[in-house]
Design a protein around this ligand. Structure first.
Ligand code: UGY
Ligand code: MN
Length: 248
């Protein structure tokens, strides 16, 4: 039986621990929020679990909108399905993205049937706060990670020190894996876009597939190996360009 059919007996692949979490679709709780009229959100990662970022999935049973993020927060929107329009008129098609810095005042109009992934975090300025930007993943160069061309990274945000966050898409050919178990002070929010494999988090190995989300807290040992016959891809964010001592 699948986890979905076992859900009625209280089973789930979701596993929420002190320093990491796996959030799988059968356990998503969809809520409404006054700042997202018409939309439903599954908030998968939030400060309430110990994270310093949030990752939400947004779905729209009807035409919906998003008000600008709360003061001090940056927002990154990745369109999974359908579309969205920023309040300055910029359109987002599937696999397009927008970075909305704090104070930019930009909200969203989101047509019925659209799905988005949204990261938010408290922005740590260094010099002038960068302006909003938008683009399409297809226009972002894919670079081999540490010389392994079976594992490519697309960085959607500039590496400029004014940016305090990376949001990347990592693509693995079947059988490719991270070269070693990473341990770093930066944390991650992650959404599997395609394929699947095995994710090691702390001392546990989890089977993961498209639609699953992960939170990796600071210093959590992490590794991924792609399985199956089709490529795997994930959307991943990471605090960047800032000392851990800059984050009170
Ligand atoms: O950028 C990263 O730290 C990335 N390689 N981590 C990961 O995929 N878990
Ligand atoms: Mn990492």
């Amino acid at each position: 039986m699948t986890t979905d059919s076992l859900a009625r007996f209280g089973a789930t692949r979701s596993d929420i621990r002190a320093r990491h979490a796996l959030l799988t679709p059968e356990s998503h709780e969809w809520v409404t929020q006054p700042d997202w009229p018409g939309a439903e959100l599954a908030v998968l990662v939030s400060p309430d679990m110990g994270a310093r970022l949030s990752l939400s999935l947004v779905r729209c049973p009807e035409d919906a909108a998003a008000h600008p993020a709360a003061p001090g927060l940056a927002r990154f929107v990745f369109c999974l399905e359908g579309g969205a329009a920023l309040s300055d008129g910029t359109g987002l098609a599937p696999e397009s993205f927008a970075f909305l810095p704090p104070g930019c005042g930009l909200g969203l109009d989101i047509p019925a049937g659209s799905r988005l992934a949204v990261f938010e975090w408290r922005f740590l300025p260094r010099g002038e706060v960068p302006g909003p930007l938008a683009g399409s993943l297809a226009g972002v160069p894919a670079r081999a990670l540490r010389g392994d061309d079976w594992l490519k990274v697309q960085k959607m945000l500039p590496s400029d020190p004014a940016f305090d966050f990376e949001v990347n898409v990592m693509s693995f050919r079947p059988g490719a894996s991270l070269a070693y178990v990473e341990t770093h002070f930066m944390e991650h929010g992650l959404l599997m876009l395609d394929g699947g494999g095995v994710y090691r988090l702390d001392g546990l190995w989890y089977p993961v597939q498209a639609g699953d989300a992960i939170w990796m807290g600071p210093h959590v040992p992490q590794w991924f190996g792609a399985l199956g016959r089709t490529p795997s891809r994930y959307l991943i964010c990471k605090n960047y360009n800032r000392s851990p001592m800059a984050r009170a």
